[in-house]
Ligand binder design. Structure first.
Ligand SMILES: [Mg+2]
Length: 217
């Protein structure tokens, strides 16, 4: 943890990072995305799901693939797919407490939109903890893991690379931050063997408490 002594800016992914993957908001969002594609292109669910998988791999997100190939309106798409039931998100007083005790600047950076992030954080009881929230619309809809996306957001947020750390549940989103000089923390039950992952952690609040107790030693 001594590696984190210099860090005074903490950047958090949103989905499956600031709430547990078991809540499965993506289960709801994926249904909406597939429906959107089925209507847009008049294809069945199997074809739509396959397209989403290909786009995720090739373009970073379904949205980026749809924009590239079909020139869709991103705002429209995002409004539709984010129209989900947020009440499945439990409040998290434990994480709230751990974040409140962590000294430094705290940001959210998501491939979703800012209004979507605010909704998620509101339901989690975490809305007041973060200094700034950045979404896909702040990077002209270029998603993580593309370097341009990180460079745009980090520049807007005035990030000092060597004094910042990034938390993510998607390992591919940590490669660019690591190359830029950030510390990288993966939230996963399986230890990562990637050289660009500084820490693999199971539980965010426990790790934040460890950081906090170490920095006051
Ligand atoms: Mg995520």
């Amino acid at each position: 943890m001594e590696n984190l002594a210099e860090i005074d800016c903490w950047i958090f992914d949103l989905d499956n990072t600031l709430y547990p993957a078991s809540v499965d908001l993506f289960g709801q969002i994926n249904v909406k995305m597939s429906n959107y594609i089925m209507t847009l292109l008049d294809v069945d669910k199997v074809a739509a799901d396959k397209m989403r998988a290909v786009y995720w791999e090739k373009y970073g997100t379904s949205l980026a693939g749809l924009m590239k190939n079909y020139k869709i309106d991103p705002g429209d798409f995002l409004n539709i797919v984010h129209d989900i039931d947020f009440s499945v998100l439990p409040k998290d007083l434990d994480l709230l407490d751990a974040l409140n005790n962590l000294p430094g600047r705290k940001l959210v950076y998501t491939n979703g939109t800012v209004p979507y992030a605010r909704e998620v954080l509101k339901y989690r009881g975490l809305i007041d903890v973060f200094d700034e929230i950045y979404g896909i619309e702040d990077a002209t809809y270029v998603p993580k893991p593309f370097p341009e996306a990180f460079e745009t957001i980090f520049s807007k947020a005035n990030i000092v690379y060597k004094r910042s750390a990034m938390f993510e549940d998607e390992v591919r989103n940590l490669e660019v931050p690591f190359k830029l000089g950030l510390k990288t923390i993966l939230i996963s039950d399986i230890q990562s063997d990637k050289k660009y992952v500084n820490y693999t952690i199971k539980r965010l609040s426990d790790f934040l408490r460890q950081i906090t107790s170490n920095s006051f030693k």
